[in-house]
Design a protein around this ligand. Sequence first.
Ligand code: SF4
Length: 475
Amino acid sequence: MYEFKKEIIKELRIKSGMSQRELGNRLGISDRAVSKWETGLSLPTSANLIRLSNIFDIPTKYFFTAHHCPIPQIPHGMESLTELYKIGRGPSSSHTIGPEKACLEFKAKNPQADLFKVILYGSLAKTGKGHGTDVVILKTFHPIPCDIEFDYSEKHLSHPNTMDIIAFKNKSVSDTARVLSIGGGKVVFEGDKAPNSALLYDLSAFSEISDYCTSKNIRLWQYALERESDSFPEYMKGIWDAMKDSIRRGLNDEGILPGGLNVAKKAKSLFNSQHIDESAETRENRMVCSFAFAVSEQNASGEKIVTAPTCGASGVLPAVLYYQQQKHGFSDNQIIQALITAGLIGNLIKTNASISGAECGCQAEIGSACAMAAAALAELFSLNIDKIEYAAEIAIEHHLGLTCDPICGLVQIPCIERNAVAAMRAINAVNLASFLWNTRKISFDRVVEAMKETGHDLSPSYKETAEAGLAKIKL
Ligand code: SF4
């Protein structure tokens, strides 16, 4: 017989630094109701139990006595921005950069192997072909042969992007590993401690960071510089150089994208399609969109891009910043400061919700990229911290519920246009925020929380599985 562990809510709440009122606010109930749960006077409904498990990020089974599991540590703080911005080959951070990294590590650990086998599960199986996961795995193990199996059966996976890697020597298994590709090109080998778990940032809510920056009279990017290593500015210079490079390559590229959808690369023609009587607004739209297309098409071609925060959403942030640099002549240094501010926004979303389409849908990828671009632009225009927060909040709020349903699992339709639309939306969000910032009612942190909840509620068919929505269209 399972019994509800009333003490666990109090323990989790205190570990999270929340008062009864704050927890009640997040659940939409009174602090008295929380108090009653904690003292055993009443029990949470099943709907509230699910909400509690989302808030504390633990399975619902932890709330019952049949499971004498230790209460998991709730991480407080954030990783380096170098874990967010990465240069790699598209088209998908979770489906190409992550598996490539896992296979490289496994191959280096097994130099005697004469055959490898990889079994892909969940989203990696369902959209792996479209995303080129199999191609990147074969390339990584080359010249050692590798068998790849796509396991489409429904399984209880601890993460939707799961793969098994097996090494053979003389037809006998010599090593195995289960790997989770958790988004943004990051992988976790099951059984290992979380990778790079160093939390350089002690704060992990926008409200906390905002209070800190206000008290010290510094800007968001200065807070990041306080926490990152001495080599960080150089790292960020490399990131901006790689972003510019991907735009320039994309603007000079033509032809058809790989994958069989027969989608033409359009960045170059969009860039050159000037009307004789084109208005300034139309020109701005065309320029920004052509830059977003340029990066997204490079990504879809398997070329080098920067995860911002992911491969699929890599066109939004560079498009907005590159356009502003061309238009206003901002220095590379100013752009890098804006990129750092954007990185903090992306890091907050990654820490408190998700930047993975397979976990929370496209709102987590394009929505996050749009929020990052809005914050970057607000930083570039030297707007105050409240306006930066409002711009990022507007940008992500209007992507809530956005599904991930690319046709044939290729990061092309709707992904490429979606990058362009989000880049324009980021500019719009900054304009609105600069006028209306003192009227806002919702914090950035609260919208991120809503994004996470929405993502968990989304049917798996709309989370990078190519099973529903646009993915059902046959071209
Ligand atoms: S629909 Fe969005 S989340 Fe899904 S692959 Fe495309 S860009 Fe990424």
